[in-house]
Design a protein around this ligand. Structure first.
Ligand code: NAD
Length: 495
């Protein structure tokens, strides 16, 4: 009931929509079969709203609208400058809704409000960046003297299916919407079922910016067979799927898309190492590795969730790291002093807590270890640190996706590299050392799509983004995203 302490502690934003609907061909609609599901907030774990639960019939409608907008509408045919203007308008509007977006995102996902506040700026930048890029886009022409001229005719592909996870949902949606729309495709977005609230802002933003009807379509619901996500992957009129989520889901989507030979971009899970050498600036390394796994509640694909520390400084590092982890402030998501909020959903909370219990057998608990004091309800987990974790431990190998970190000692550079590469994942790696050669040699050898040397996880939008091994397929970022969302037809002319 609403009288529980948790229900009172939650901060419910004003003027929530009455319910969450799909948005198809410029109209808000319910599911064809009328089905809905509960949306809960992670502080009270009570349903605060119903969202339309999309199935095959709803995906069919959305894809038909997107296909019509692609085949007959103005969007793919506009000059890049015209599309760019609309994308810049989208960015301006997104940025102006920063506070509202943060409030909704924090309420729905449990992210600390101060960290949710940066998300609109990043989302806006994803539109601005691709708006600028398409205007600057130049394609190749090749001359074979006296024989041929060849040029590249770049064109949008069609209806792009975008499937996104629940961590920083709005920002990750923008990461796909920006390039997909900039290049002239039309889209069907299937946001994560745990966090559908912020995606409900898109229709208003797009309408206000002047995006033509049918270009953007939104279908809410689950991923499983027969539901929205699966139906989008299996729709024959959707030639592209851009997916961000778990590696296991990525494998399923890969298989389901195979009969259609779809274009796939997969940004999957991680278990990224942060390697701290004895010669590193330990103050900086500790601050960054604390932030790297406890910011965004640890629900971050590039979290540095395995910290490998050289033996000479190991004991000192563990002691100082544990002390600092204990100072990380767990609190209600809307409280501005909160550094770790509530995990997104009770199912995910149960999963993270099961790893915390497992860790007590697999490692030495030096901070946290369960529910923090003062939070008897809701999905709160104290920042948890395990030391002396062996590389065959499950907490070393498996993505936990919460505020839980494993620390492991090493002696030599070779051992550090072997440990860093000793998981199925290969998304990010962080290296802390003052030895320039060692840093570069390690960076080049480590199996990771992205490496940060003496650096927090900050990236320039022009750089490649993606993982290797089980962390992904293909790279987006800058021109790579443009390449994914376009066909490059080669036209040959005889002279
Ligand atoms: P998830 O794989 O459970 O779900 C992601 C999305 O896929 C959801 O919208 C879901 O409904 C949908 N889905 C599920 N099954 C499907 C199916 N069979 N067919 C089509 N769609 C389906 O992932 P999650 O729990 O929402 O997100 C957390 C995961 O995402 C973590 O593993 C994290 O590392 C990863 N992630 C990766 C990146 C990256 O860029 N590499 C970024 C953020 C999150």
């Amino acid at each position: 009931s609403d009288n529980t302490a948790a229900a009172q502690a939650r901060h419910v934003p004003d003027d929530l929509p009455k319910g969450i609907q799909h948005y198809i061909d410029g109209e808000f609609v319910d599911s064809v079969d009328g089905d809905t599901f509960d949306v809960i907030d992670p502080v009270s774990n009570q349903a605060y709203m119903q969202a339309a639960s999309g199935k095959k019939a709803d995906i069919d409608r959305a894809v038909a609208a997107a296909k019509k907008a692609f085949d007959e509408g103005p969007w793919p045919r506009m000059l890049p400058r015209e599309r760019s203007r609309i994308l810049h308008r989208i960015a301006d509007i997104v940025e102006s809704r920063d506070a509202r977006l943060a409030e909704l995102e924090s309420f729905d996902s449990g992210l600390p409000i101060t960290q949710a506040l940066g998300q609109a700026r990043r989302a806006a930048e994803n539109f601005r960046f691709f708006a600028d890029l398409i205007v600057a886009q130049a394609d190749d022409t090749f001359k074979v003297p006296g024989r041929q001229i060849n040029y590249v005719n770049r064109k949008p592909i069609g209806v792009a299916g975008l499937i996104t996870p629940w961590n920083t949902p709005f920002m990750l949606e923008s990461w796909k919407l920006g390039p997909a729309l900039a290049t002239g495709n039309t889209v069907v977005l299937k946001p994560a079922e745990f966090t559908p609230l912020s995606a409900s802002l898109w229709p208003g933003i797009f309408e206000e910016a002047g995006l033509p009807k049918g270009v953007f379509n939104l279908v809410n619901g689950f991923g499983e067979e027969g539901f929205a996500g699966d139906s989008l992957v299996k729709h024959p009129d959707v030639p592209l799927i851009s997916f961000t989520g778990e590696s296991r889901t990525g494998q399923l989507i890969f298989a389901n898309a195979a009969p259609f030979l779809k274009g796939l971009s997969m940004e999957l899970g991680g278990k990224s190492p942060a390697v701290v050498f004895a010669d590193a600036d330990l103050d900086a390394a500790i601050d960054a590795t604390i932030f790297g796994v406890f910011s965004l509640n640890g629900e971050r694909c590039t979290a540095g969730s395995r910290i490998l520390v050289q033996r000479d400084v190991y004991d000192e590092f563990v002691e100082r790291y544990a002390a600092q982890a204990k100072r990380v402030k767990v609190g209600y998501p809307h409280d501005e002093t909160t550094e770790v909020g509530a995990l997104v959903h009770p199912e995910h909370f149960a999963k993270v807590m099961s790893y915390v219990e497992l860790g007590k057998q697999e490692g030495r608990l030096v901070a946290g270890g369960g529910r923090p004091k003062g939070f008897p309800e809701g999905n709160f987990v104290a920042p948890t640190v395990f030391a002396d974790v062996s590389p065959d431990a499950r907490i070393f190998q498996e993505e936990i996706f919460g505020p839980v970190v494993a620390i492991t000692p090493f002696d030599t550079d070779e051992e550090a590299l072997a440990l860093a590469n000793n998981t199925k994942y290969g998304l990010a790696a962080y290296v802390w050392t003052n030895d320039l050669k060692r840093a570069h040699n390690f960076a080049q050898a480590v199996e990771a799509g992205m490496v940060w040397l003496n650096s927090n996880n900050v990236r320039d939008l022009r750089t490649p983004f993606g993982g290797v091994k089980a962390s992904g397929l293909g790279h987006e970022g800058g021109y790579r995203s443009i390449d994914f969302y376009t066909d490059q037809q080669a036209v040959h002319i005889t002279l």
